[in-house]
Design a protein. Structure first.
Length: 739
């Protein structure tokens, strides 16, 4: 047969023995596997390398060798480089380890880029790219890309979703076994575990009937799919959950390793990914990004980063921004270091006092204010990195003396060479602004929600790109670039404060990239004009988040005279509630306690100002007493009293006899496997704790403990209303500095 042309989208890319399997979604709605020959590569570079030695190594490792040149990331100079192309994607990791052992990690470049990403960068067939491909016998001969990942209105195919979960709430491995639910097209099918063979056949029957593009699960990676696959293995029943229809018991499921790691002071557990062929599997309980951005956000990140959707769903936004930086480097011919090798420059204690301040924070006096405007700098740190060319290789460069000076800390950025980091994030900033504009203008709620999820995905890219500047393991990180960004941030926030005060506004609070100001009789237009003045004078866009009818800056629990910077509650003129740092925002707060705070806030939101709010005090206190009475009368279900905790270490390492430790031991005794970062749920009962999944109905909740929680949560909001401290100026924190 002569070659044929297909038009559609790249649905997924999976390494195989001969290159890549490209699952292609045609315009006709069919998802077909196509073969694309591809051999990944890595680079050895440096003037100390000898070509004869490299040729011997390439022959021993069955690699092809090509000599060329590359650009050093920090120096910007051209160096000799040799590209090793391995025989198959599966061999890349093995050959790279041999090269590291033979030549050292300092000579390795472009060495830990996944084959799927290398394929996307080389062929242009990035995930969800719209393309026309020429195919002969199922093999891609050539391709033509028909859109750009930066296109805001790129056409997308219609995608279908099915949900597979256990009946009930909580981790299924930490409770009694319940029926399985398969939800698709608004219908729920309940499947029983009693006959394992029938259960497996029913799951496959429903999958074939609905043929979803996305199989969404709850605890699918951690418990559900491992249990189903183990059952299929014991019964020797083929169980292909994807579209490849392989006949082995595990079908077409690809597994990776589980891991526990530390992130921002918390231990996180990531269950072993279970990836499918021709169909996506996303575990909603094992994906931060899916919870934040949904499927539209995952598609957006996958398109921009080149990481297939199933992988991007299980990574952090930092992995996505790092992949985009790698793509920028490859496009510019820059050699990507295999491991970070740029140490922090020596700093004296005095130097650290000046440079290592972080963002500027003010401490407001605890109390109530009305008619307060909140203005937020739009993506402040990424915008500063873009505007002032802040990147690891542009900080304190030797080619510019003087370069562009950084306020206060005595360094500069390059004026001649555009940095890799700002070059990567600049189009993200532009696209997010366009998506926000489309979100605001869209009348259809469903379409508006899609734009919101897409721009939220980009927000997370911009949030972490700053953190990666100072991350110790980031290949394109350097703490001096991180410090330069915060120095500019402090300068802009202080300038905003001074401009507001010059215009007659009282400065109440400032927090990194946001300011709270007020002026008696000021209208929303006055606050908007203030934002325009700040934007004009600082060169940084700042927008009015909203005007509060009332806002309360909440005090520290230990010292009622001191406020916590990121702990406040308020209601905008639109009636929208905004809260930070209170009980209902914490994941370990029982649902019943969070509901009390939510009820209080909804009633407080009806107040037009401080006077009306204080008139509500009797009503608010009565609401708290009603919740306490409901608890005492036994009218609260145990599920609404469940407390959640995250394990910070392995179960056997707990020696203290705390409630969480007791529950951990109870679960382990029942055969439940727990790792560092696992979450446990329990009821405070019987002078201790009981695992929530194994309650038998005879437990007596610790009413005194729960009543204490309720009263603390009520006082957190009612207490700030019932105070005379309603007029206060901001107190500068120790992070504040003078010009």
């Amino acid at each position: 047969m002569p070659p044929s042309a297909l038009t559609g989208w790249v649905f997924d890319v999976i390494p195989d023995a001969n290159g890549m399997t490209v699952w292609f979604r045609t315009d006709a709605g069919e998802t077909v596997p196509l073969s694309a020959p591809f051999r990944p590569s890595f680079v050895l570079a440096g003037k100390h390398l000898k070509e004869t030695t490299l040729k011997v190594a390439s022959a021993r490792w069955n690699c092809s060798l090509a000599r060329g040149e590359g650009v050093g990331f920090y120096s910007g100079k051209t160096v000799p480089a040799w590209t090793f192309t391995v025989a198959a994607p599966a061999l890349l990791g093995t050959v790279v380890r041999k090269a590291e052992k033979t030549f050292g990690s300092e000579s390795l470049y472009n060495a830990d880029i996944a084959p799927e990403q290398q394929f996307a960068y080389a062929s242009g067939l990035y995930p969800f790219a719209r393309a026309e491909v020429e195919v002969d016998g199922g093999t891609i001969l050539s391709s033509r890309i028909l859109d750009s990942p930066w296109n805001v209105d790129a056409p997308r195919p219609i995608l279908s979703t099915a949900l597979l979960r256990m009946e009930g709430t909580g981790h299924p491995g930490q409770r009694r076994v319940r029926p399985l639910e398969f939800v698709a097209d608004g219908r729920t099918h309940t499947l029983q575990w009693e006959d394992g063979a029938d259960l497996l056949r029913d799951v496959l029957r429903l999958l074939r009937k609905e043929d979803p593009d996305l199989l969404l699960t709850e605890y699918g990676d951690d418990w559900l799919l491992p249990r189903l696959l183990a059952l299929a293995g014991r019964l020797r029943i083929p169980f292909p959950l994807g579209r490849s229809r392989r006949t082995e018991p595990e079908g077409d499921v690809r597994r990776a390793r589980e891991r526990s790691y530390m992130s921002y002071g918390r231990v996180i557990f990531r269950a072993a990914p279970h990836l499918l062929s021709g169909r996506w599997h996303v575990d909603a309980r094992n994906s931060f990004l899916f919870g934040e951005t949904g499927l539209p956000g995952l598609v957006e990140l996958s398109r921009l980063s080149g990481i297939p959707l199933q992988r991007v769903a299980r990574t952090s936004p930092g992995t996505a921004i790092s992949a985009m930086q790698v793509a920028t480097a490859l496009r510019r011919g820059i050699l990507v270091p295999y491991k970070k090798r740029e140490p922090e420059e020596f700093k004296s204690g005095l130097d650290l006092v000046v440079t290592d301040k972080g963002g500027l924070t003010y401490l407001p006096r605890p109390g109530l204010h009305e008619n307060v405007g909140e203005l937020d700098f739009a993506s402040m740190y990424p915008s500063l990195m873009d505007r002032y060319n802040i990147s690891p290789e542009t900080i304190h460069c030797s080619c510019c003396r003087p370069g562009l000076p950084v306020p206060e800390i005595g360094t500069h950025t390059c004026r001649k060479r555009r940095g890799l980091v700002p070059d990567t994030i600049a189009p993200i900033i532009v696209k997010r602004r366009l998506l926000k504009e489309r979100q605001k203008a869209e009348a259809d709620p469903s379409v508006r929600d899609t734009f919101k999820k897409r721009q939220t995905a980009l927000k997370w890219l911009l949030v972490v790109c700053f953190g990666f500047l100072g991350y110790r393991n980031a290949r394109f990180g350097r703490i001096e670039a991180h410090e330069a960004t915060t120095a500019w941030g402090r300068e802009k926030l202080l300038s905003a404060k001074e401009i507001a005060e010059r215009e007659g506004f009282r400065f109440l609070h400032g927090l990194t990239d946001a300011v709270w100001v007020k002026r008696d009789g000021a209208t929303e237009e006055d606050y908007r004009q203030l934002g325009e003045r700040i934007t004009e004078e600082t060169g940084m866009p700042i927008a009015l988040e909203g005007v509060y009818r009332w806002v309360a800056f909440l005090p520290s629990k230990r010292n009622p005279t001191v406020a916590v910077p990121n702990r406040f509650a308020g209601t905008f003129s639109t009636g929208e509630i905004k809260v930070r740092g209170i009980a209902l925002r914490r994941s370990d707060t029982p649902a019943f306690v969070a509901t009390l705070q939510r009820t209080l806030l909804e009633r407080m939101a009806k107040a037009g100002g401080i006077g009306e709010l204080q008139a509500m005090i009797p009503e608010l206190r009565q609401t708290v007493e009603e919740a306490v009475a409901e608890l005492r009368d036994g009218r609260v279900s145990p599920e609404r009293l469940v407390v959640a905790r995250r394990l910070s270490k392995a179960p056997e390492e707990y020696v203290a006899n705390t409630v969480a430790a007791k529950v951990t031991r109870e679960l382990c005794g029942r055969g439940v496997i727990l790792r560092p970062g696992s979450k446990i749920r329990f009821l405070l009962a019987d002078h201790g704790g009981r695992a929530a999944g194994f309650l038998d109905g005879n437990e007596v909740p610790d009413v005194a403990r729960y009543e204490e929680m309720l009263r603390e949560a009520g006082q957190e909001l009612v207490g700030i209303v019932d105070t005379r401290q309603t007029k206060a100026d901001a107190l500068p924190s120790c992070a504040t500095y003078r010009r």
